[in-house]
Write a protein that binds this ligand. Sequence first.
Ligand SMILES: Nc1ncnc2c1ncn2[C@@H]1O[C@H](COP(=O)(O)OP(=O)(O)O)[C@@H](O)[C@H]1O
Ligand SMILES: [Mg+2]
Length: 252
Amino acid sequence: MKILKIGGSFITNKSGYKSPNSENIESFANAVSLIWHQGVHDFILVHGAGSFGHPLVIKYKINDGVKSPEQKLGFADTHASCTELSSMLVAALVRKDVPAISISPNSIIEQKNKRISKFNKKLVLDYLKKGFLPILYGDAVPDTVLEGSVCSGDQIIAHLAKDAEFAVLATNVDGVLDREGKVIEKITKKNFNEIKKHLLKTENDVTGGMEGKLRELLALKTPSYIVNAANGERVIALMMGKKAICTEVRKE
Ligand SMILES: Nc1ncnc2c1ncn2[C@@H]1O[C@H](COP(=O)(O)OP(=O)(O)O)[C@@H](O)[C@H]1O
Ligand SMILES: [Mg+2]
């Protein structure tokens, strides 16, 4: 099994508010459809929330607990908004003959202090076995300490990747870039401290942007690849087990 993630920075206009990038949703759906129709069916798709998640979490102040009635309303709105984005991606995939099923992380994941503590993967794996393309996404989920919290697509990847051959994370940059804009080919725990100086803070991101992504990936035994979704052929190549311009992340 393989994992494919598409970043919210690609399928939405990240600086907007609930602003889909329809052209990019379409082009990514095309790449997925090509992968699917070449016979690769053993993968799970995860997408980020982008402007359907982060700005709502900031607006409703729900990143450190969901206690007041206003926060509960905000939590409900944020979850609905993430689900709305997921429906757009599903619609684009179904139009291209991919049997995509969006499964709400809110219904199968529980967190403890913003980290996944329970994950009922059975529904996801059952759909996969039946020949569907299961889709999960960054979402607002129940939390045993905070009542509710945000679960990033990257954290979902980290959990699913434990059982995967590799994970491909498609985003809006060619990979992790150094200050000259050159792609860093490989990141491991050994060179991470050295590479940290190249990481810029991402605005409108409540789940840590590129640094948050790398921290999730470096903890895994499974290799992962950060690749530009704007170059669909790179995403397709990596999913087929071939090489492409990207940043490879491995534990060592
Ligand atoms: N050194 C770096 N190399 C590449 N991207 C970086 C770097 N530092 C910060 N970033 C930012 O990280 C963003 C990707 O992270 P993020 O927005 O969380 O993507 P995603 O939507 O895929 O989760 C890029 O758009 C870029 O603005
Ligand atoms: Mg992100």
